[in-house]
Design a protein around this ligand. Structure first.
Ligand code: AMP
Ligand code: ZN
Length: 470
């Protein structure tokens, strides 16, 4: 079974295949803006894209080229540097390093190329130059350069922006497009090059149109062209990027290169927290560090982020992380049994594992919840000998499934957890005392746990540990 993935441009499920004769699958994924720690909503998008990348690696071994950019110059990064009185490069390096550390903790593979906007000023200027020469762009009086939306008939095909009669001018208030409206010939035009302003400080570059800096959208068009060529196989990002960012990328790239930009567009939906959009003012914006401080492991977050269908909004709650921790423990038991030679069943004629269904669920529009469901159901059946005990093929396929889901860490002893080992040992002892109805011992152990800063919440089948509020 090949991979079929929803394509936002045609609004249909389409097979993923490399289009070019070299067989390389060209995959571009919009990366983070590096001015603050990424939040768990950002990480939903990056974890989903990581499973996609791993699935592509399985399908096209050694033939996937994955590029993900770092937005290291825009209004937000410049403002942060100005507020802190530090050079832009120091600020963006700090947050790039943090992003990498969080990605590593969440077991997200690094892209093959991770280009930066500031490292590709030349390439962006070159593209704008072509657009100017072809009549798709114009220079405003202040030295900014705008893309002329009316010059591209295909504008709006991705977002159907014209059909929805959306107010293009106001909707253009994306990452860095909210300013300069007075200079434009038309409200829907967007900035390719932004003339230097006092607030930009030293963060400007020379160009044929005067000093300034690139607009946000052009960076992805230029970096994708440089590292993957004029036409790519798949472009992805969170759903908020569909318009205007991706619509504008298509316009710039197709007008400049004279050919189709991407064969396939994939957008994953947003993460909500307690049913609401995440925001600092609502106090519901979590980073990975916030969750680690509450005693949760990064793997539990990874699991929780994959527990909902990537094309549906996912509601995150702390309860979902507790559920993820206990699911990982159950998965670990399945893994231990399937890998233990003493339970292994020899087969006369080796048959493919039933666990292949897990991979097929992922190949079917990246259905991560269905894949996890199949992993538990089939894994449990095999580990209990229902329909036959574990075979060599089952053990190997389980490893493949865990590898594509990025959950292979559960194979290594207990899942990495922020709960110290000695606390888990105390909790296990208390649970055993409770099962044995030794209430005095259970109470004494609860006190020991409290002294270590942890509270133990008893459930029907097990317990949860939570750090005590200081
Ligand atoms: P940014 O750093 O703002 O450029 O965002 C990085 C990525 O995170 C983009 O692909 C966004 O679409 C995505 N993103 C932002 N907010 C959320 C959210 N609440 N849930 C899922 N993805 C998000
Ligand atoms: Zn982008």
């Amino acid at each position: 079974m090949s991979i079929r993935l929803h394509d936002s441009l045609t609004r249909s499920l389409r097979e993923l295949q490399p289009a070019q004769p070299d067989g390389v699958f060209r995959f571009y994924n919009c990366g983070p803006t590096v001015y603050a720690p990424a939040h768990i909503g950002n990480f939903r998008t990056f974890v989903v894209n990581d499973v996609l990348r791993r699935l592509l690696d399985l399908e096209f071994p050694g033939k996937v080229k994955h590029v993900r950019n770092l937005t290291d110059v825009d209004d937000k990064t410049i403002k942060r540097a100005r507020d802190e009185g530090r050079p832009l490069a120091a600020v963006t390096k700090q947050w790039t390093d943090k992003f990498h550390a969080d990605c590593d903790a969440l077991n997200c593979l690094r892209p093959h190329v991770e280009p930066t906007a500031t490292g590709h000023i030349r390439e962006q200027i070159d593209m704008i130059d072509v657009l100017m020469k072809k009549g798709n762009a114009y220079r405003a009086a202040d030295g900014s350069v705008y893309f002329k939306v009316s010059s591209f008939d295909g504008y709006g095909a991705l977002s159907r922006v014209k059909e929805r009669e959306l107010d293009v001018g106001s909707a253009l208030a994306g990452k860095s497009q909210a300013v300069d409206a007075d200079e434009k010939e038309d409200g829907s035009d967007f900035a390719l090059w932004k003339a230097h302003k006092v607030d930009d400080g030293v963060n400007s570059w020379n160009s044929p149109w005067g000093t300034g800096r690139p607009g946000w959208h052009i960076e992805c068009s230029a970096m994708s062209k440089k590292h993957l060529g004029d036409t790519i196989d798949l472009h992805s990002g969170g759903v908020d990027l569909l318009f205007p960012h991706h619509e504008n990328e298509i316009a710039q790239s197709e007008c400049c290169n004279g050919t189709q930009f991407s064969h396939h567009w994939y957008h994953s939906e947003h993460l909500l927290v307690d049913g609401k959009k995440m925001s600092k003012s609502l106090g519901n914006l979590y980073t990975l560090d916030d969750l680690k401080a509450k005693g949760f492991s990064p793997m539990a977050l990874r699991y929780a982020l994959l527990a909902g269908h990537p094309r549906k909004q996912l509601n995150f709650t702390l309860e979902s992380l507790h559920a993820a921790e206990s699911a990982l423990k159950k998965l670990q038991v399945i893994c231990t049994v399937l890998h233990d030679p003493k339970y292994r069943v020899a087969t006369a004629t080796p048959a493919p594992s039933r666990l292949n269904e897990v991979l097929d669920q992922l190949r079917d529009d990246l259905n991560t919840p269905a894949a996890l469901g199949a992993l538990f159901k089939i894994g449990h059946e095999i580990s209990c000998g229902i329909g036959g005990g574990p075979t060599d093929a089952d053990a190997a396929t389980l490893d493949q499934c865990l590898g594509v889901l990025g959950l292979e860490a559960i194979k290594l002893a207990t899942p990495k957890s922020a709960v110290p080992d000695e606390v888990t040992a105390l909790a296990d002892k208390r649970w055993a005392a409770k099962q044995a109805k030794d209430w005095a011992a259970a109470d004494a152990l609860r006190k020991e746990l409290a002294a270590a800063g942890w509270s133990m919440l008893d459930g029907k089948d097990g317990y949860k540990l939570e750090p005590l509020k200081k």
